[in-house]
Design a protein around this ligand. Structure first.
Ligand SMILES: [Zn+2]
Length: 303
């Protein structure tokens, strides 16, 4: 009898070991399988996703618990960190060049177009960082492809990245080309940064040649400007600052360029411009922050 029990115990132990082994193999196959299903993105998300996958638990039925929620949570966390929100409904599919905040709310948005660009984009990023200012960058798809590291830094530095077409064409585009200009740029921004943008600025501010209409049909907000620095004319820094300050008011959107040509005057003027705005009691917001603030104020006013 004693002997029998011993044998049974041993068998039981063997059975347990085998069961554990089989479950481990099953778990391993599940995790490897998932790894193949998850599309690889050359972005910060990949690492985050990999970290999350390693903390997954497999229950006795071999089901993976918590995978979907963890994936959503990580995305939402990351989106929150980057200040990405769904645009309030009233701004989806519309064109605007400023908002009207409450009288005491001195907000202003700095926007930079045509990057990423060698030297200048990083100089602008350095200045914004040193002054703890967040801006909005309307990037060109082809430039994102050429300079992904700089494009990615825009997002990792905490700025908002937005769509400015792939080629920066001004002429009339067929509906399919206009769509491609915007969709390809949306995709390269996503591929490089892990961010999906819903903000669009048409090259040259041209609204009637196809891309802006397509962007609105995709529920993008088409963002123009209220204060043009005319920095593409390369004015001396004081003149550039004057251009901006003269047309700036609370809720305004400032247009500058970090790419597309020689931008030394923009880089030179930027620190002084930031100082002037601060002296006048302004605070800097990104375009999504600006829209959200006005949306909240309008919602309160409507009550
Ligand atoms: Zn442009």
């Amino acid at each position: 009898m004693k002997k029998l029990i011993k044998v049974r115990k041993v068998n039981n132990k063997r059975f347990k070991i085998t069961k554990f082994f089989l479950l481990s193999v099953a778990a391993l196959i599940m995790i490897v399988g998932l790894g193949m299903i998850i599309p690889l993105k050359p972005s910060a998300n990949t690492l985050e996703l990999a970290v999350n996958a390693s903390s997954l638990t497999v229950n006795t039925k071999g089901q993976i618990e918590g995978f979907r929620t963890q994936m959503l949570d990580s995305w939402e966390d990351e989106a929150k960190q980057k200040g990405i929100h769904d645009l309030p409904k009233r701004y989806q599919g519309v064109t605007l060049n400023a908002v009207k905040p409450n009288s005491k709310d001195k907000i202003i948005a700095l926007t930079f177009d045509d990057g990423p660009w060698p030297k200048y984009t990083e100089q602008v990023l350095d200045i914004l960082k040193a002054n703890n200012v967040k801006g909005t960058f309307f990037v060109i798809g082809a430039n994102m492809k050429n300079m992904p590291a700089v494009g990615k830094r825009i997002v990792t530095d905490g700025h908002i990245i937005a769509n400015h077409t792939w080629h920066h064409w001004y002429h009339r585009l067929s509906p399919s080309i206009a769509a491609k200009e915007i969709n390809d740029t949306e995709e390269i921004i996503y591929k490089v940064t892990g961010v999906r943008t819903n903000l669009f600025r048409p090259p040259g501010g041209v609204l009637g040649n196809g891309p802006a209409a397509y962007a609105r049909s995709k529920k993008y907000s088409v963002i123009m400007w209220s204060a043009d620095s005319h920095d593409y004319k390369r004015p001396a820094a004081p003149r550039l600052i004057g251009n901006v300050m003269r047309f700036s008011k609370p809720g305004g959107i400032v247009l500058m360029h970090d790419g597309g040509g020689v931008r030394d005057s923009t880089v030179k003027a930027l620190p002084e411009m930031i100082k002037k705005f601060k002296q006048q009691g302004y605070r800097f917001v990104t375009i999504p922050e600006m829209l959200e603030l006005e949306d909240q104020q309008l919602a309160i006013a409507a009550k």
